[in-house]
Design a binder for this molecule. Sequence first.
Ligand code: GNR
Ligand code: NI
Length: 162
Amino acid sequence: MALREIRKQGDPILNKECKPVKEMTERLQELIEDMFETMYEGNGCGLAAPQVGILKQITVIDVEDGNQYVLINPEILEESGSQTGDEGCLSVPGYTGTVTRPQHIRIRALDENMEPYELEAEDLLARCILHECDHLHGHLYTEKVEGPLREVTAEEEGEEEA
Ligand code: GNR
Ligand code: NI
């Protein structure tokens, strides 16, 4: 396991389309483990492969609902309702902004064993999945933000050990 370097806004890799994964390999298993470690280190609730420089459709999510989700080649099947709330991004450190997204979604993805599954999500989990799916298609939340990006202090980011 190893921490990976997080690419920051302005790095052109963050605006590229990611390729679907065709087969699981040892290298990709290691990437997924490293993505969880890198996400937890940054106090994030999700991380997409392009954020660590890999243009593949892989994202990991942990919104503290007791699950560690791995989404490979995710597809959004349904969206409904609307929620407005604040988002941050490990590729845009120190900022937050308000984004409106669907309240409820249904998705299809492959897990770390390349087994297909469907998942229904709402609230933060839906928001996080949509934020990560945007990364896989070269988009950042800053394109969708309503009003200004606001600076957040280290305290608000939860960096209390700093
Ligand atoms: O840590 C993160 N918080 C967050 C808050 C609201 C909606 C989405 C997110 S994901 C983000 C981590 C990140 O940059 N993932 O790509
Ligand atoms: Ni992000």
